[in-house]
Design a protein around this ligand. Sequence first.
Ligand code: UD1
Length: 376
Amino acid sequence: MRLLSVVGARPNFMKIAPIVAELGKYSEIEHRLVHSGQHYDELLSGNFFSDLELPAPDVNLEIGSGSHAAQTAEVMKRLEPILLECRPDMIIVVGDVNSTLAAALTAVKLEIPVAHVEAGLRSFDMTMPEEINRKLTDAISTLLFVTEQSGVDNLKNEGISANKIYLVGNVMIDSLRRHRELAERSPILERLEIRQSGGACRPYGVLTLHRPSNADRRDVLRRILETVQILAADLPIFFPVHPRTRKNIDLFGCASYLTNARSYRDGIVALDPLGYLDFLCLMQHARLVLTDSGGIQEETTVLGVPCLTLRENTERPATVEYGTNQIVGLNPDRILSAARSILQGPRPAYRCPELWDGNAAERIVNVIRKHLAQRA
Ligand code: UD1
């Protein structure tokens, strides 16, 4: 059985890691891991491979940054000869980044079936590049592995036949459960002077921003930072800054919203992007997280950490229904009042969505094995 997985950007790595580990249990499976090179910085890529104990990719396509069309086209051009040479029985793609769609499209045109992990999520917002990637990848995949019931409903509403759809749980949460204890040993809290060794943590928040709709527009980025700065008068807000956002903070003259203080008592404290274990540890102990990331909405749900999503919608409604996530949009009053009631109140009650139990990768690999055995 020959399988090939393609990853490209930061959120792909924690999704593929448990699948790679599971595939490794079967001697009859030959697996190759391809990295598109969409993310190439150590801080966005290499560190995640070591934190997640992922083997180095067998191939790196080294596509680098570029426009959506250029990125997609480069993955397709560079992946095609590898698929022709390796002829896998199926390829596995995860998530919704440009590399996901590009790899799926390349494979399906060579009549190689595609398994899509994290299928069916929909924000119903076609201005999001990820929504386009999700819809198109799902439309051409043979096996659709879904994290939550809304995904199953969305796929059925799009006319996709039920026998392709598998509700299997969440591989990102497999990774979280596997690494949670290890993350506790990260020195990040001491490094940021949030905790003295063995002591209790001082209260703090965490901010992440990278969606083009927030990070690429001067007025929007400025308003978000202005709002978070008000909140940060009461507690430090740690902000690991994505390279896209870092570039725009400088370009838009927004650096003054970030603190230069040496002791982290208050203000928005900009940090370089963190590795997986450091970020998990930082998130785990936060009083509140403000984010526009999809994965962080899911991780805070399982950790029970209050999350305010700085977007008008989510493709992950289970995080609101079961978890601690609130979709607050970009209105400053709404963000501040939600944040203050979190900071003044007790920790909110939450439940874990069905099947987010750490065994999603096992279910996925079982389905793939059965599917390929039936075809043989
Ligand atoms: C991509 C994904 C997004 C995902 C995010 C996680 C798409 C359409 N977007 O967005 O869904 O949530 O990854 O981070 O696929 N850059 C670096 N170093 C790198 C990579 C990028 O400095 O290693 C800078 C470059 O200036 C680049 C910019 O970041 O132009 C954006 O990178 P890109 O991969 O195009 O999109 P992301 O915003 O990272």
